[in-house]
Design a binder for this molecule. Structure first.
Ligand code: NAP
Length: 267
């Protein structure tokens, strides 16, 4: 599994991690993914999957990078501290590797939230601070509010069919050492052949390229995401077989020409 640096932390994370929203697969697919090198698991307090993630990593905690999130409704100073402690209990671990603000708040000033995130890092309850669903302006404001810890990642919607971040957010993240964690990288399964794919513009090119590389459409769609500098992807699958397929999106690269073919096909 290829890795990429997480922000400017000096820590490397796999370019394909394991998403856990609506995850119902039990511990086996997560463990299989970890064995294949996809040793970053993304969960959140609102996913109600922190307990199964904790169970899956028991006995191998030191090999896994665990990312969780505080809900966008809990962004007051005390609320963030309480949410993190509850997540730690459900995950049954001492430290969350990456703690992310799930959504920007409309009511709580970002400086207050970030002060709590820094307290969590100072007290060892989390290692690194990230955000999610932050626009360029929101990320800029949040970064300005940090006193002594950086924001190392922004988890955002990114796949062949949803490329809004390419215009300003992605270049901003690259400039400021903020890793983009691409969520819904398979467009909820549509890019992997779930119903809807064949109606999608670009599907034929995706299938052609998959055939040329001897890969599946899902593997090509994920490799296209991670083919961008500073981007990792976190597909979710309940199945061991599909988790293995998704991990097979790493350790090879689409050519620049085929990246451009996909860009044009899904433009
Ligand atoms: N920060 C946020 O606001 C936010 C929002 C959404 C998602 N996320 C994160 O991103 C992760 C992934 O996003 P997502 O779950 O929305 O969508 P996704 O990963 O694009 O797609 C998941 C869907 O694709 C199917 N699938 C996965 N691999 C497949 C394969 N190789 N072949 C065929 N079907 C496949 C899954 O079914 P099976 O499970 O049956 O395989 C599931 O229905 C989430 O789990 C979560 O961690 C974050």
């Amino acid at each position: 599994m290829k890795t990429k640096p997480l922000g400017g932390t000096g820590v490397d994370v796999p370019e394909i991690g394991l998403g856990a929203w609506q995850y119902r697969g039990g511990i086996a697919p997560l463990r299989h993914g970890i064995e294949l090198g996809a040793n970053l698991i993304d969960t959140a307090e609102m996913y109600r999957t922190e307990d199964v993630v904790g169970e899956a990593v028991r006995g191998m905690r030191d090999r896994v990078f665990i990312a969780s999130k505080v809900s966008g409704d809990h962004l007051g100073y005390d609320q963030v501290l309480r949410a993190a402690d509850a997540s730690l209990r459900r995950l049954d671990i001492d430290t969350i590797d990456l703690y992310q603000v799930h959504w920007p708040s409309r009511s709580t000033p970002v400086a207050e939230t970030m002060r709590a995130m820094e307290t969590l890092a100072d007290t060892g309850r989390i290692r690194y601070i990230g955000v999610s669903n932050f626009s360029t302006d929101e990320l800029d404001e949040a970064r300005s509010a940090m006193n002594h810890h950086p924001i190392v990642s922004n988890q955002v919607l990114y796949n062949l069919r949803r490329r809004e971040i390419e215009r300003t957010l992605m270049p901003y993240c690259l400039r400021h050492d903020v890793t983009v964690i691409a969520y819904t990288p398979l467009d909820s399964g549509r890019l992997a052949g779930k119903p809807g794919l064949f109606a999608a513009k670009g599907a034929r090119t995706l299938q052609e390229i998959a055939g040329e590389y001897g890969k599946t459409p899902a593997q090509v769609a994920l490799n296209w995401c991670t083919g961008h500098e500073g981007v990792i992807a976190i597909p979710k699958s309940d199945s061991i077989k599909r988790t293995e397929e998704n991990c097979g999106a790493s350790d090879w690269r689409l050519s620049d020409e085929d990246m451009a073919r996909l860009d044009r096909a899904f433009a």
